[in-house]
Design a binder for this molecule. Structure first.
Ligand code: SF4
Ligand code: SF4
Length: 221
């Protein structure tokens, strides 16, 4: 079954009149919190945590080293849409005006042309991200909290108990990623893949236990 595209992804695409999207607009279950008063992770959350760890390790090993020589960097935003909150817009575009004044400026068509506003967020597209260093092929804010979380997630990230891979990134090899996940989780697991109906470059990798869930099998006896 095809996974439904999230509303925000469709909204972003319709703003700019194209079939474009940044994986950031997908809801991410990247963080699992635990502490006093918070229940410990369930088995399902544990799988999500391990999947996200596998995605992070894959990015460190295969994606980030490639960014310096990437032919079509996503940070140019020519095919990607970057989701931002107000604070990120204010800092990256070096704005001095209050948000209300900026929103009025946007609504009156006085730019910046590359930004659209919707649902309390902002979406940038068709102009190089102001934080991108073209000469170095690097993000100037890569180690700062202001960096949009979607940038860190891209192009492989966990979404609950599945991984999402964006094949527009030339560094992603979905066969190698599937093998990587099995190696990280153990041979008892296998990976199935499915492309998104609306955005086929978004591939979902679901992890299944070989031979099914042992508890479920026991329950059927
Ligand atoms: S498209 Fe992939 S390899 Fe290229 S800059 Fe973006 S993350 Fe790096
Ligand atoms: S904030 Fe950094 S990683 Fe994100 S699009 Fe801009 S330059 Fe790229």
């Amino acid at each position: 079954m095809c996974r439904a595209a999230k509303p925000a992804i469709l909204a972003a695409a319709s703003f700019f009149g194209e079939n474009i999207v940044h994986a950031a607009v997908y809801a991410s279950s990247r963080f699992v919190f635990a502490g006093p008063g918070v229940s410990v992770p369930t088995a399902r959350q544990s799988l999500a945590t391990r999947l996200q760890a596998a995605a992070d390790a894959y990015q460190r090993a295969h994606v980030i080293p490639h960014c310096a020589v990437c032919v079509k960097p996503c940070c140019r935003l020519d095919t990607h849409v970057l989701e931002l909150n107000w604070q990120q817009v204010k800092v990256l575009w070096r704005l001095n005006e209050p948000r209300s004044a900026f929103d009025r400026r946007l609504a009156s068509g006085k730019g910046p042309d590359e930004i659209r506003a919707a649902d309390g967020l902002y979406f940038a597209h068709r102009k190089v991200c102001p934080a991108y260093d073209e000469a170095q092929h690097a993000c100037r804010i890569h180690d700062q909290p202001i960096k949009p979380s979607g940038c860190s997630d891209y192009p492989v990230y966990g979404d609950g108990d599945v991984l999402i891979a964006d094949l527009r990134c030339e560094a992603v090899d979905v066969d190698a990623l599937a093998a990587w996940v099995v190696r990280e989780l153990g041979p008892v697991f296998r990976v199935t893949r499915s492309a998104d109906c609306d955005f086929p470059f978004l591939v979902t990798l679901a992890v299944k236990r070989r031979g099914g869930n042992p508890k479920a099998r026991a329950g059927r006896r």
